[in-house]
Ligand binder design. Sequence first.
Ligand code: PEP
Length: 255
Amino acid sequence: MNRKKIVFANWKMNLDRVRISKFLEELLNLKFNSDKVDIVIAPPLVYLSDTLNKVSLSEVSVAAQNTFYEHNGPYTGEVSVDMLKDIGCTWVMIGHSERRQHLLETNEMINKKVLLATQNGLKVICCLGETYEERRQGKTFSKILDQLKRALREVDEKHLSNIVIGYEPIWVIGSGKAAELKDIKEAHGFISEELKNMYPKSKQLPRIVYGGSVDSNNIGEIINLNNVDGVLVGSASLDCEKFCDIVIKTEYSND
Ligand code: PEP
């Protein structure tokens, strides 16, 4: 399917004010075609406003790396969808495997976050993916399907165009070696078919992006696979030159 591509930078808990300024200055000099590719940067929470201000006159969008599933209240350390909207943030990442692992986020929490974010007009990238052990035991597809169905439970069809599914096989994240092309292709094909089964009438199903050690060397092959609508980039997104290279190669991919 010919859909607009999208490239996410997930900075995780990296960079600082000075390095972010320098990065954004360089990124804003990049000539890219925003009709062909969306760029979304996810900085650490404390740098969200600063990043939003710096990109405000550009075609670059900004995502929070997380949100909470209540509007407000006694939830120390959390940030609500309303607060993100209040500062002009339009995207949020939900369900990254590092949050599932270190912050013990469950599928139920992720579903509540996806519902609240989409119902309140935020765009969402919802991440899922299997562990190495699950892949080894032949459980990849049952795991992906379970996460997909539980994340999107009761999500209204009208919000699907505001959702991106991030497929990230957990063991390749940060490893420096992406998953095999055939495995990426198979997983994306599977997710695409399952989304069609879940929403048979929808004309605007979520885009599906791949994440896991994407860099400027492997992007060309990954982005041209069927059903790969973009990429979620961690380590390589910390270096503006590499990230810009990924954006441009995505823009010029076939499809
Ligand atoms: C990520 O954590 O979302 C990610 C894709 O990281 P990396 O590119 O470093 O594997």
